[in-house]
Design a protein around this ligand. Structure first.
Ligand code: ATP
Length: 360
């Protein structure tokens, strides 16, 4: 039996807006699950329904097999970390971390021991006497996490906890959150719009769009087997390149290029005359012929040298794409660049439904 079960969960707000549609998910104890998707896709709403901060319009939420829809946030044994930290400004770090236990009337000695342990895990030992305003953003977020983990509840819910931090702090805190999860083993549900955070932290990712779940899987599954065009475009940075067209003689043609789709999909005959989308990742291309690959001659419009690699913006007829190459192979702008897409790196999607076609 799963620890947490969401069965056909829907959220319809009082104004009639249907924010979450038939959300189904089973979460095992100790799992780190990330809800990811663009702004407004319903990830925070789903998290808030799990927290008990938002009513569930229909469907069932179970904890250890017991219906929990009607339970309040406290009874659900969940702790939530918000993007805004929500610390008490007039209280020291110690008192902020201790707050939940103090409210529960826990013994002072026990509180002291637990605050000290928590501060140690979070590297806050030297800051316990400070007020939040005398801390950096990353330190404040650690206090907010400390306040949640000290309660030793079953589930941590985190809503964009890193979004107020700068890029460098985000990377550090991401590592720390992963370490905290390893050391506490606590079931965690984490909401973000950032696919890198999702990929690096999650055991499993739930990709959402417009209130619908698009795919649930491990980071590996989402990257290598995206269920549809949206997931292929959302996971990966820079995003997957797409070429859309009508299949003629088993091929997709654009400009002077003809991509023979029989090379990657033996069932292409069924798509004759229909729309299809071909996807390839910027990092999947090769600059020398690897054999068994499509060859494309393109025009280099712009290059971005990032150190370990270069993003190359190319055009071919009306199509644009981004290629990722080793920075030592950075091409000149306004020149022609020949590149190869290995057949094994190609994704195909139905042009109507945008769903992935099983190729391999
Ligand atoms: P973000 O990253 O911007 O927070 P999100 O994926 O977390 O996005 P939600 O906050 O879950 O999105 O909101 C989902 C949809 O529900 C949005 O279109 C939002 O406008 C709508 N919504 C949220 N709260 C309410 C409300 N109280 N009444 C009506 N609609 C709401």
């Amino acid at each position: 039996m799963a620890y947490l079960s969401l069965k056909n969960i829907n959220k319809i707000y009082p104004n009639g807006f249907h924010a979450v549609h038939n959300f189904n998910l089973e979460i095992e104890k100790g799992e780190f699950v990330v809800f990811v998707g663009p702004s407004g896709c319903g990830k925070s709403t789903t998290l808030r329904m799990i927290a008990g901060l938002e009513d569930i319009s229909s469907g069932e939420f179970l904890i250890n097999g017991q219906r929990a829809n009607e339970k309040g946030p406290r009874e659900r044994e969940v702790a939530m970390v918000f993007q805004s930290y929500a610390l008490y400004p007039q209280m020291t770090v110690y008192d902020n971390i201790a707050f939940g236990l103090t409210l529960q009337g826990v013994d002072e000695d026990v509180i002291e021991e637990r605050v000290k342990n928590t501060a140690k895990i979070l590297g806050l030992t030297d800051y316990l006497d400070r007020l939040p305003r005398a801390l950096s953003g990353g330190q404040r977020q650690r206090v907010a996490i400390g306040r949640a983990i000290i309660r030793k509840v079953g589930v941590f819910l985190m809503d964009e906890p890193l979004s107020n931090l700068d890029a460098k702090q985000r990377v550090t805190m991401r590592y720390e959150i992963a370490q905290i999860h390893r050391s506490t083993g606590a079931t965690t549900i984490y909401v973000t719009h950032d696919q890198t955070e999702a990929m690096t932290l999650a055991d499993r990712i739930v990709v959402m769009k417009d209130g619908y779940v698009q795919q649930i899987g491990t980071p590996y599954e989402l990257y290598f087997k995206p269920a549809n065009v949206f997931v292929a475009g959302f996971i990966g940075e820079p995003p997957t390149n797409f070429i859309k067209g009508t299949v003629k003689n088993g091929s997709l043609a654009f400009g002077d290029v003809t991509l023979d789709l029989k090379k990657v999909y033996s069932g292409i005959g069924a798509y004759e005359g229909k729309e299809m989308v071909l996807g390839f990742r910027p990092e999947a291309i090769r600059l020398t012929d690897p054999q068994n690959a499509y060859e494309i001659i393109s025009r280099v419009e712009l290059t971005e040298m990032l150190g370990d690699n270069t993003n190359v913006y190319i055009t071919k007829g009306d199509h644009q794409a981004i290629l990722k190459v080793d920075s030592h192979d950075t091409p000149e702008m306004d020149t022609d660049l020949t590149f190869y897409i290995p057949y094994e790196s190609v994704y195909l999607f139905d042009g109507q439904t945008e769903k992935a076609i099983e190729l391999r």
